[in-house]
Design a protein around this ligand. Structure first.
Ligand code: ADP
Ligand code: MG
Length: 294
């Protein structure tokens, strides 16, 4: 028997390096007319590196102490920023003691007890929540340079900031252009990262609409707004923080290589080969198959 067009398209998508989970998904991919892209791990490579270590004056901490403290709290986390911090600590030969009472808040950061003290590492905006502190200025400065700044607090007091940088994927700008041509509108950037770094990256890839500082539920709201305006939204993301939006969207695609298990399970399709350019390719495949079906 000749294979039905949607099943051939699934096989074809597989050859492109995209795992499409069902014929229904294969069909829906061709209907999308708006795209929401996550930043960290999606438009960027997802292997960020620590570039700056800035203990706060008066914290009494040196660079290595600050990094070690952060790494201890980040150790259990699967977030790309956590891996960057742990790798930087290991690269300096620091031993990472195990932490207790680990807890993580998607889109915000992590918290753990280290030698009886509570260490939090995460978004300066969320951890400071409007409080003035010199660390906020250090963070803002790093963010203006396009970096992600994470604040480290000890029993609630800021003790320093780490600057973390990730590279843009080679095919990010080309993919944005291709998706704009396919859907008739430029993709929207939806990110939990800070507005300064987000705006800078958006400009580099040709995105004009940026929603930054979003919690996982805010990403869902952004998707719902587009869908209420009559759009069929494709969400592309990698993180635990993207899972609710991947589930809420008309169609969700997860980045496979460094994506979190939750994102991979929630998404309708998974990019296995780690190339963004496969996204417009599978949308086009779906449209072709749909023409053969009807
Ligand atoms: P994105 O939407 O760009 O993929 P996330 O929602 O995963 O980003 O993270 C948003 C922000 O939350 C980060 O920029 C950081 O400030 C903070 N954050 C989340 N997880 C962590 C973590 N494990 N360590 C430090 N900061 C974190
Ligand atoms: Mg992400």
């Amino acid at each position: 028997a000749t294979m039905p067009p949607l099943l051939s398209a699934i096989a074809n998508a597989g050859r492109h390096g995209v795992l499409v989970k069902s014929a229904v998904v294969m069909e829906r991919l061709g209907q999308v007319d708006a795209v929401a892209l996550d930043k960290t791990g999606t438009l960027t490579e997802g292997t960020p590196r620590v570039t700056d270590i800035r203990p706060s004056a008066g914290s009494g901490l040196g660079e290595e102490e600050l990094l070690g403290l952060a790494a201890t709290a980040e150790h259990p986390s699967e977030h790309p920023l956590a891996r960057a911090v742990v790798d930087a600590a290991r690269a300096r030969g620091l031993t990472i003691p195990s932490a207790e009472d680990f807890d993580s808040a998607p889109g915000t950061g992590v918290r753990a007890t280290v030698r009886g003290k509570t260490v939090a590492v995460g978004s300066p905006a969320r951890l400071l929540d409007g409080r003035a502190h010199p660390a906020a200025e250090t963070a803002a400065h790093l963010e203006t340079e396009g970096r992600t700044a994470v604040l480290v607090t000890l029993d609630g007091t800021p003790v320093g900031v780490l600057g973390i940088a990730d590279r843009l994927r080679e095919d990010a700008a080309g993919t944005v252009t291709a998706l704009t041509a396919l859907t008739g509108t430029a993709p929207v950037l939806v990110t939990g990262d800070n507005p300064r770094a987000a705006a800078r990256l958006a400009e580099e890839v040709g995105i004009t609409e940026v929603r930054a500082g979003l919690l996982p539920q805010d990403k869902v709201t952004a998707v719902r707004e587009l869908e209420q305006a009559g759009r069929k939204v494709l969400v592309v993301g990698d993180g635990v923080n993207d899972a609710p939006a991947l589930a809420a969207a008309h169609t969700g695609i997860a980045m496979g290589r460094a994506g979190s298990d939750l994102a991979l399970e929630t998404a309708d399709a998974v990019i296995v080969r780690d190339e963004l350019a496969t996204i417009p390719a599978v949308v086009a495949l779906s449209r072709r198959a749909r023409r053969l079906v009807v």
